[in-house]
Design a protein around this ligand. Structure first.
Ligand code: MG
Ligand code: MG
Length: 284
C-alpha cells in the first residue's frame, strides 16, 4: 500500500529507538509468518477471500490487528485484511471470490498492528504454470527490492534507494516503474514520512538516518509504467493490462547495513513445499 496513505498522516519524520525497533521487528515477524501461511494455502481453485479470512484469523490469533481492514476513507474503507493483486493488478486488490488459476501471479500484501507498531511486507507468488517472461519480471522485481535495501544506510538519501530500483528495472531490464505509488515510512502509523519512490535521482531527497524505518516496495510492470484505478476506488491496474510485480520489506536504517525487519524466509519455505507454486530464484 502506498498511494492513499503515504505522507498524509503527519509531515514529520519519526526516528525509532532501539526498543521501538524491536517492537517493529515483532510486528513484521507476524506479517512475515502470515504471508508464509498464505503461501501454504495458495493453489488453483482457492479464492482470494478464503486466503484473506485465513490470514485475518491468523493475525487475530496472534493478538494483533489486520492493519488494512477498514483503512482509508470511512466512505470506502478497505474491506480485506490482505491486498491480493493478481496478474495486471499492481496493488490494492480487494480479496474476491475469484478462484486462482495455475497461470496466475498474485502479490499478497500484509500489514498488522501489534503493540502500537505496524509491520508491512508483500510478496508476489507465482502459480505452477506461470510463463517464463513473467517469472523473469518477478525475479527482477525481487532483485530490485534488495538493490534498494542496499542503499538504506545512514548518511545516504532516499533518492539513492529510488535510483537503484529504477536503474535496475527500467534501464537494465526495460520494465515500467510505477510512478503513482511509492514506499513510505512506517511506525506508529502505517504510512509515515518520508515517501520512498521507486524512481529518482542519486543524492537527492531526504537524508536517511539511523532509526528511520521505511517500507521499500518496488511495483514493476512488464509493459508501460502507467496505471489506473478501478471504479471500486482501490484496485490499481496496469494501463496496458500486462502483468505487474510487487515485493516489500520494512527496513530500519542503520550505519553500514540496513536492518531488514520483515523476512521472506517463511514464504520461501512455503513455496518450496507447495507443488502448486513456482519458485522465484532471485537473480543478482
Ligand atoms: Mg507498504
Ligand atoms: Mg505493504
Amino acid at each position: 500500500m502506498g498511494l492513499f496513505g503515504s505522507g498524509k498522516e503527519g509531515k514529520r519524520v519519526f526516528y525509532k529507538t532501539k526498543e521501538e525497533i524491536e517492537l517493529m521487528r515483532n510486528a513484521n515477524l507476524l506479517v512475515s509468518k502470515t504471508l508464509g501461511y498464505v503461501g501454504t494455502l495458495l493453489k488453483p481453485g482457492v479464492t482470494g477471500k478464503q486466503l484473506d479470512q485465513a490470514a485475518e484469523e491468523f493475525i487475530r490469533d496472534h493478538k494483533a490487528r489486520p492493519a488494512f481492514k477498514g483503512y482509508g476513507s470511512p466512505h470506502n474503507p478497505f474491506p480485506g485484511s490482505l491486498c491480493i493483486s493478481y496478474n495486471d493488478i499492481v496493488v490494492h486488490g480487494i480479496p474476491a471470490n475469484r478462484e486462482f488459476g495455475e497461470k496466475d501471479i498474485a502479490s499478497v500484501d500484509c500489514g498488522v498492528e501489534l503493540e502500537g507498531f505496524y509491520g508491512d511486507a508483500a510478496f508476489t507468488f507465482a502459480l505452477a504454470d506461470v510463463d517464463d517472461a513473467t517469472m523473469e519480471l518477478l525475479r527482477v522485481t525481487y532483485g530490485s527490492l534488495y538493490k534498494g535495501i542496499e542503499q538504506a544506510v545512514h548518511g545516504k538519501r532516499v533518492g539513492d534507494i529510488s535510483f537503484a530500483i529504477q536503474d535496475y528495472c527500467e534501464r537494465q531490464h526495460k520494465y515500467g516503474v510505477v510512478r503513482d505509488l511509492v514506499g513510505h515510512g512506517v511506525g506508529r502509523s502505517l504510512h509515515e514520512e518520508p515517501e520512498v519512490p521507486n524512481f529518482g535521482r542519486r543524492g537527492k531527497g531526504p537524508v536517511l538516518m539511523e532509526g528511520l524505518v521505511i517500507a521499500i516496495e518496488p511495483m514493476i510492470n512488464m509493459g508501460v509504467k502507467e496505471v489506473y484505478q478501478d471504479t471500486d476506488g482501490w484496485t490499481i491496474h496496469t494501463r496496458d493490462r500486462k502483468p505487474s510485480a510487487h515485493y516489500e520489506h520494512s527496513v530500519a536504517v542503520r550505519k553500514g547495513k540496513a536492518d531488514i525487519l520483515s523476512t521472506h524466509e517463511f514464504i520461501l519455505d512455503a513455496i518450496k513445499n507447495n507443488n502448486s507454486l513456482r519458485e522465484i530464484s532471485p537473480k543478482s
